[in-house]
Design a protein around this ligand. Sequence first.
Ligand code: KG4
Ligand code: ZN
Length: 342
Amino acid sequence: MRILGIETSCDETGVAIYDEDKGLIANQLYTQITLHADYGGVVPELASRDHIRKTAPLIKAALEEANLTADQIDGIAYTSGPGLVGALLVGATIARSLAYAWNVPAIGVHHMEGHLLAPMLDENRPHFPFIALLVSGGHTQLVRVDGVGKYEVIGESIDDAAGEAFDKTAKLLGLDYPGGAALSRLAEKGSPDRFVFPRPMTDRPGLDFSFSGLKTSAANTINQAFKQEGELTEQTKADIAFAFQNSVVDTLAIKCKRALKETGYKRLVIAGGVSANKKLRETLGTMMKNLGGEVFYPQPQFCTDNGAMIAYTGFLRLKQGQHSDLAIDVKPRWAMAELPAI
Ligand code: KG4
Ligand code: ZN
């Protein structure tokens, strides 16, 4: 079985082909980052228009990459939520129409389930059950995963997502949108002793997160430094980035440890854009070693949005005979717990 996957939920157009026997055989990605950079964030209308321009050429490129023709595709998976409604509609409409024309089934995939299953694209894949930490630009969730479609969200952010906090703090430091990765690089030059930010919501029980206060800590520290130094030096920016990143990473680690203790699970999966963060990977790696457990991440290219995770997730569901009907239905907000098990 060969499945074409289409991802258009935000600012990346991703198209990939997953082959049941060979694994991933095509992976095409176009990122709109430069299009939105001048605006300091994703402009939904511009995102939709760009997906319209890019999706069909990327499908053609994916078929060429895999050396396949359309009649060798057995099904189409597309992201049907959560995400920007206009952007989702572009991918869903193209996918659904192509499936109708090619006479193959189509399935709408949950974007966060795609992220959650992205580590399965690796040879060293995690076995169920595990705890998943999903950290992206729009979500921060701890999920108890007992199988495909067997998800219980046991903790989540009550305000900003971790990636959103990275991006907002990066903006305060003058970095281009989305500044998460750039902030992380800046933090590598930071000194550990100069600033310390709080670890929000770690002093009380529970698995929820709150990251909006950290942006305020960063803003206050920047203002104070500005009063003392005038224009902020590169070292001061790096020191602030270091303190911010340490605080996010420590907070995520504390809650992961708590979730593992509460459930008795020994495996941790980290996915979503922020799972590309080096410091987070190092910290959780050391933590899991000390706990006698294992940690799994997607390959770096599958941490941020991509078509491969959608093709793979769609494959798992289509293989079980699940599919969506002809009426195109996208869900800008969609709880993972609503997904059927397979
Ligand atoms: O999963 P993703 O591509 O899109 C959403 O579904 O939201 O995640 C994008 C987020 C952005 O906030 C970006 O700044 C963040 O992931 N990100 C990082 C790193 N790489 C990407 N944050 C921290 N460190 C990184 N290395
Ligand atoms: Zn995503």
